[in-house]
Design a protein around this ligand. Structure first.
Ligand SMILES: [Zn+2]
Length: 357
């Protein structure tokens, strides 16, 4: 048996007007689980929308500050959460993943309101969980995708622009990695073929409209290009995530990111999607896909995403042994279209530095 739940969403400056139609079918009482900064920016939109929809708020609960099981426990033991008919999660990826898992445990429908456009957490069927010390814990699979996602571009504009910037890089990697992982030509299941096809939406429209969208966001303008880019950051990679066999969900770009996080300054000074966008270039160099490499390199340059080691504060002659050992051990490299070694990745990193001239 195979089941695939696809993302459902509403996008637009009036997206929250859909609360009534989407949420009230589950009941009238809602709780909100939110991030701290997210709620400061979003409550002026979300609270009036809850009222306009004829819903009553049982409580707005701060989820905590990390996607941990401790935070999930405290949410599911909150009486005002338990007595609600539905949950609205308002925040970034970690808040939304925590709320999704809590709602899943309570058997409660969860609605998502992304406060930043940086990842596909608002529409996926997994939660990426961490330990209290910040280290990675696990990725539980949930019973369903969120009941609906409401994307208001104005909220994404209220957040620091760096999240959109990194989100673009992370989304583009979804195509680079998923299409690369499947390139050996083996027969694909319906879901894998669907997801990998959807993954191209994370890449080609971005090359065309990503820079305009980014500039518009900087200027506070909600344009068609910006709206489309938000969907290609939140929804398109979400379709890849929910549809493909896990073997095709990752690649060198993400494995290298996890390897690089062993260097403290990477965690401290650089965003996930930013580092991953550098990894996409390494992935394409390993694959000798020079056409796609050139397109991605030019795009990265155009919005100042990293293209070389120096952009990540690394020396050109750094042997990276520790980084590559972790990269190779990462689950993202369990499935590759051909054998990939630490040496191959290191040579690609060197070649990419040369490519930069
Ligand atoms: Zn990512």
């Amino acid at each position: 048996m195979t089941d695939i739940y696809l993302p459902q969403f509403t996008v637009g400056e009036d997206a929250f007007d859909a609360f009534e139609q989407e949420i009230s079918r589950y009941g009238k009482k809602v709780c909100v689980v939110h991030g701290e900064k997210a709620w400061n920016a979003a409550k002026a939109y979300v609270l009036p929308a809850i009222e306009k929809a004829g819903l009553s708020l049982t409580q707005a609960v701060l989820y905590g500050h990390d996607a941990t099981y401790e935070n999930v426990e405290s949410i599911i033991s909150n009486e005002n959460v338990k007595t609600a008919d539905a949950m609205i999660a308002v925040g970034g990826g970690k808040c939304i993943d925590t709320a999704k898992l809590a709602a899943d445990m309570l058997g409660m429908p969860v609605f998502t309101v992304p406060s930043i456009a940086s990842n596909c957490a608002p529409v996926t069927q997994i939660s990426i969980m961490y330990n209290a010390d910040g280290s990675f814990k696990d990725i539980p699979r949930l019973k369903n995708v969120p009941a609906h996602c409401f994307i208001n571009p104005k909220l994404a504009l209220a957040a620091p622009i760096k999240y959109l910037w990194a989100g673009i890089g992370d989304a583009m990697a979804k195509h680079v990695e998923s299409s690369w992982s499947a390139k050996a030509g083996e027969a694909l299941s319906y879901g894998s073929a669907l997801g990998i096809t959807a993954g191209s939406m994370c890449f080609y429209p971005m090359l065309e409209k990503g820079k305009k969208a980014f500039d518009d966001a900087k200027n506070g303008v909600v344009s068609e290009e910006l709206q489309e880019t938000l969907l290609n950051i939140i929804v398109s990679p979400g379709i890849v995530s929910v549809a493909v066999d896990p073997a095709y969900n990752g690649g060198i770009a993400h494995a290298l990111f996890y390897g690089l996080t062993s260097r403290k300054h990477i965690e401290k000074n650089h965003l996930h999607g930013e580092v991953v966008s550098y990894g996409s270039l390494v992935n394409l160099m390993v694959d000798k896909d020079f056409d796609k490499l050139e397109k991605t390199w030019k795009f990265n340059k155009s919005i100042a995403l990293p293209t070389c080691l120096a952009d990540l504060e690394l020396e050109a002659d750094d042997p990276l042994d520790d980084v590559l050992a972790l990269t190779m051990a990462n689950q993202e490299l369990k499935h590759t279209p051909y054998p990939v070694t630490a040496e191959i990745i290191h040579q690609a990193i060197m070649a990419l530095d040369k490519y930069n001239g």
